[in-house]
Write a new protein. Structure first.
Length: 254
């Protein structure tokens, strides 16, 4: 397969909104409940190096969701989750239970549709919440997509070599031509493989209400793409027309 020439676009993310994907940074201090430190949003935490920031929820479907975040230093990460605020189940990073990293990516599976789920982020053996309460989200309805339209591309690292560490690719569809679904889709994300490739079935995009598939035009709408990598806090962001998403031009990260 011959891919188009490479290009690069990079900028530093601090706090922004990109094509409907909301990013935010948090620092924390702690209150103690028994032997577990529960995070409380505040400034100047002594454990800031392991505090999660740029926390995102993506891939919210009827039976799964993904939570991703960054830390300043390498550490293990996991989620405590459940359909009650006690969050009695545990999920680990998609790349391995014992992974120590700055970029964390956890998918929770085998869930029930239209159900509220609660979760806490575990970083360096501390539980981080949202103002003393677990984070929460609601899964979508059970709907089935038909047909196929796969967007794909490749991420390259320095010296034009394929990026072999897992990068996170965030994707959002945006209506541009006024036909079909309006506004933005619900955001999704994928990990690159060992050769730097990524792909996603666009027919699976949902509207933000999660109960309806996002209908789009094969030409004239936009696919917003953001790539995050382990070794840099810089994010690579671009937007391509839906006619140019198979493949997307190579993305170079540094």
């Amino acid at each position: 397969m011959v891919l188009p020439n490479k290009f690069k676009i990079a900028f530093k993310i601090i706090s922004a909104s990109v094509a409907g994907i909301f990013l935010f940074s948090l620092t924390f201090s702690f209150i103690f409940a028994g032997s577990v430190a529960i995070a409380k949003t505040d400034q100047g935490s002594p454990d800031r190096a392991y505090s999660p920031f740029e926390i995102r929820k993506t891939n919210i479907k009827d039976t799964k969701f993904t939570i991703s975040w960054r830390t300043l230093k390498n550490t293990g990460g996991s989620l405590m989750y459940g359909d009650a605020p006690s969050c009695e189940q545990v999920a680990f990073d998609d790349r391995g239970k014992n992974l120590s990293a700055k970029l964390h990516y956890i998918t929770v599976r085998n869930l029930n549709p239209n159900t509220v789920y609660y979760y806490k982020i575990i970083s360096e053996n501390k539980a981080y919440q949202n103002n003393d309460q677990p984070f929460n989200l609601t899964t979508g309805s059970s709907i089935m997509a038909t047909g196929s339209d796969v967007a794909y591309g490749r991420v390259y690292g320095r010296k034009n070599m394929p990026y072999t560490d897992s990068a996170i690719v965030y994707l959002t569809l945006r209506d541009k031509d006024g036909a079909g679904s309006q506004g933005f889709s619900s955001p999704v994300s994928v990990l690159t493989d060992r050769n730097g490739y990524w792909s996603y079935e666009l027919k699976n995009f949902r509207e933000e209400n999660l109960d309806t598939l996002f209908t789009y035009s094969d030409v004239g709408d936009a696919l917003a793409i953001e790539v995050q990598i382990e070794s840099s806090n810089n994010a690579i962001s671009l937007e391509v027309d839906t006619r140019d998403d198979s493949p997307v031009k190579d993305i170079v990260v540094e």
